[in-house]
Design a binder for this molecule. Structure first.
Ligand code: SF4
Length: 741
């Protein structure tokens, strides 16, 4: 975009590549990036003095552009005539300046996406990953008639994508470019539904799907009926509100609109999908095979006609194994039994439930550990023998009958106008899966026996170990995939996702750090660790002394993210509260099992203390506060990673190590144990630095970080200093950081 040197208004493109200032009527042409004056406004003269004025104004405009940029190396974007731009990233990049390296990365992504490669971009927050991905992919999406499916983890991340899309849409309109970019962020049924019956049930997504279907079939959901009536009156669902749906719209805006009109937001968003160029959603919509099938039908495109963007792609490793895992518990078995009794099922089916419930309850009493592996073949043999079957085939037939019976129960309930949760169907599906995979080494079978809020709950679990089973078919089918992360290790991610095995070639891009050195202090503190044998009061007290030094130096809020809840408890038992009180900061503790709303109240209070003396948030690595929450500005000046956040080497973790050793050339320990731990530390350490101007201290408080420092995120590793185990060594380092201008 160019500005008029005469009056600083925007110059508009006119015929023959000329630019016109509509305010003062001067016209220009652009040559080699410079504005050449063609016709001045009426009050202008051709005197050399005025020439100087013009040049001075050009400089002024460029300077103001530079001032607007807070980045180290800005690159000015010059658009001669946006409406005549060739179809590339410049057409969709809505800002007048590029951040450091931004244009180079966009070009690389656009070029590689055209070649249908799987791309991984590792870039810290502040690089502008969202606008990079959108402006690089939109030209390809329009050229080849593709949809963009942008997947994120949280609602706030979804909203951020919509915000950037709105900027693009406005930019296109302002420059008279005919291309229209629309987009919609969508949420799950439970988060969009307005039906009181369904909301009161607190159903999981699978149950909610079944309940919603029954409500619709029985014409018991007025929101759905109102929507269908409206939709049938119009040719296109966007006509329900053209002013809202012809531009990018966030789920929150859509829900508000639907509340007012008393129509179902969930189905309205689904009906709109076909009309949308960019769809923003949670990973489950594509990575959960059960959800994907239906979703693609609404989109009206095959996956091969979709470009997918995976934001915070490090999350996908766990998502891809979780969606492929199953569990049953005594609670769900009990509900199955009620259904089977009510619908007078064959006695064998009820006996089956009794055997499983009995067995799980006995294990719950006997187990002193959180997890116990099961040999799946022996287990299933015991079950079918107890049921009186002579071989596995008889049991397989029995499970097939159970599945058919679940369908019959469900149909019966629907015809009676009842709301049903399909517990028997879920149980049958669990056993169908067990029978399908029990001989495979990429699955692990166990009892899990966890204590949450002082209550033990046992479950029988089928745990998928290999994310590639879900990821590779998606990578193969889609047009192309762009993975974005600030912390992921490219080598591990490439292997675990199977990027190289998907039939598409791979392009990794690692961005430089956009942060100024003076704003980041990254320390590895020696002399403390949280190894099992070190966990004694002496070590905890020593750690607290070092935390005390950090609190003393830090002006406002501090996050202390512990390696585990045990370490958190150790710090509490050994006096961290007294140290926090001494620093005149307020202590907030993230407790296990807190609901999302309880937790968000704590975080809000913590943040509010930033301008009120400061506070300490004591939480855990891998928890929602150390990964899903941002603390820009003074909301968190310093973060302490208290201990190396290895998970307990549970049987599940050991099974993963063993399996990865087999399939990833003896790298099981690195991929299944070290990498997830360092990933948790990397995520937590990035919390205070969310914007380019943020200043923060990142303190890795465990000497083991020194030997594993090559795994720490690039942008942090560049700044790392080792702090010896000496009294006041932290203070000597941190105090000047916060107190020198
Ligand atoms: S149709 Fe919509 S409002 Fe009705 S139950 Fe389903 S999701 Fe909820």
């Amino acid at each position: 975009m160019e500005f008029c040197p005469e009056c600083e208004s925007i110059l508009h493109p006119i015929k023959h590549n000329k630019l016109l200032c509509k305010k003062c009527n001067s016209s220009f042409k652009l040559k080699d990036g410079k504005l050449i004056l063609l016709k001045k406004n009426s009050s202008s003269t051709k005197s050399p003095k005025n020439k100087e004025v013009i040049e001075r104004n050009v400089k002024k405009v460029r300077k103001s552009n530079e001032k607007r940029s807070i980045f180290k190396d800005k690159e000015i974007k010059i658009i001669s005539n946006p409406s005549q731009l060739s179809n590339n990233y410049l057409k969709f990049f809505p800002y007048s300046v590029f951040r450091q390296s931004q244009e180079k990365i966009i070009k690389q992504i656009e070029e590689n996406a055209r070649q249908r490669k799987n791309i991984l971009l590792v870039a810290p927050n502040g690089t502008g990953k969202t606008i990079i991905a959108l402006s690089a992919l939109l030209p390809i999406a329009f050229e080849s008639n593709l949809k963009i499916i942008y997947m994120c983890r949280t609602h706030s991340q979804n909203a951020r994508v919509i915000k950037e899309l709105k900027k693009i849409s406005y930019f296109l309109k302002k420059n008279n470019i005919e291309t229209k970019v629309n987009g919609l962020s969508i949420r799950g049924r439970n988060e969009m539904c307005l039906n009181k019956t369904l909301l009161s049930m607190k159903a999981n997504p699978k149950e909610a799907m079944s309940v919603c279907r029954d409500l619709r079939n029985n014409r018991n959901c007025s929101h759905f009926l109102n929507l269908i009536k409206k939709k049938n009156e119009l040719d296109n669902p966007t006509l329900i509100s053209p002013e809202l749906f012809n531009k990018p719209v966030d789920a929150e805006e859509l829900i508000e609109f639907c509340k007012e009109k008393k129509i179902c937001p969930y189905f309205l968003s689904k009906f709109l999908l076909e009309e949308m160029k960019v769809i923003i959603c949670n990973y489950q919509w594509i990575f959960n095979p059960g959800i994907r099938e239906n979703f693609m039908k609404f989109i009206g495109q095959e996956l091969q006609n979709c470009l997918i963007i995976l934001d915070e792609c490090h999350n996908i490793i766990d998502v891809a194994t979780d969606v492929n895992s199953e569990r049953i518990s005594p609670y769900s078995l009990n509900l199955c039994l009620k259904d089977l009794e009510m619908y007078r099922s064959p006695y064998k089916m009820q006996e089956f439930i009794d055997i499983l419930s009995d067995h799980l309850n006995k294990q719950k009493m006997a187990l002193k550990i959180e997890e116990k592996p099961i040999h799946p073949e022996i287990f299933v043999e015991r079950v079918y023998k107890k049921l009186g079957f002579s071989d596995l085939n008889e049991f397989k037939n029995f499970i097939g009958e159970l599945y058919d019976y679940s369908v019959a129960i469900h149909d019966e309930k629907v015809s009676n106008g009842e709301i049903s949760r399909d517990y028997v169907g879920s149980l049958a599906e669990f056993w169908l899966k067990w029978l399908k995979v029990y001989m495979l080494d990429n699955y692990f079978f166990c009892y899990s026996n966890k204590e949450i809020k002082k209550k033990r709950s046992i479950a029988l679990e089928i745990v998928a170990l290999d994310p590639r089973e879900i990821a590779i078919p998606i990578l193969k089918q889609c047009y192309g995939c762009i993975n974005l992360s600030g912390t992921v290790n490219p080598y591990v991610f490439n292997n675990l996702m199977g990027l190289n095995e998907s039939g598409k070639s791979y392009k990794g891009i690692i961005a430089d750090s956009p942060f100024e050195k003076k704003n980041i202090k990254a320390l590895i503190v020696e002399g403390v660790d949280t190894k099992r044998e070190s966990r004694n009061p002496g070590m905890f007290k020593k750690m607290i002394e070092k935390i005390d030094e950090v609190l003393y130096c830090t002006p406002a809020n501090v996050g202390v993210f512990c390696a585990s809840y045990q370490i958190l408890k150790g710090l509490l038992l050994n006096g961290i509260e007294a140290v926090v009180n001494k620093s005149k900061k307020k202590l907030f503790i993230e407790e296990r099992g807190l609901s999302a709303s309880e937790n968000s109240l704590i975080v809000e209070d913590f943040k509010s203390m930033a301008s009120n003396g400061g506070a300490v948030l004591l939480g855990v690595c891998g928890g929602r506060n150390s990964e899903g929450e941002d603390y820009p500005g003074d909301y968190m000046n310093a973060v302490i990673i208290a201990g190396f956040p290895y998970h307990l080497p549970t049987p599940r973790v050991k099974a993963k190590i063993e399996y990865y050793d087999k399939v990833f050339d003896k790298q099981g320990w690195e991929f299944a144990y070290l990498y997830p731990a360092i990933q948790r530390a990397n995520q937590a350490s990035g919390r205070p630095i969310r914007k380019l101007k943020d200043k923060g201290a990142l303190v890795f408080m465990d000497s083991r970080f020194r030997s594993q420092s090559s795994w720490i995120s690039n942008w942090v590793r560049e700044e790392l200093e080792i702090i010896p185990d000496k009294k006041n060594a932290i203070t000597q380092n941190l105090y000047p950081f916060w107190n020198t201008k």
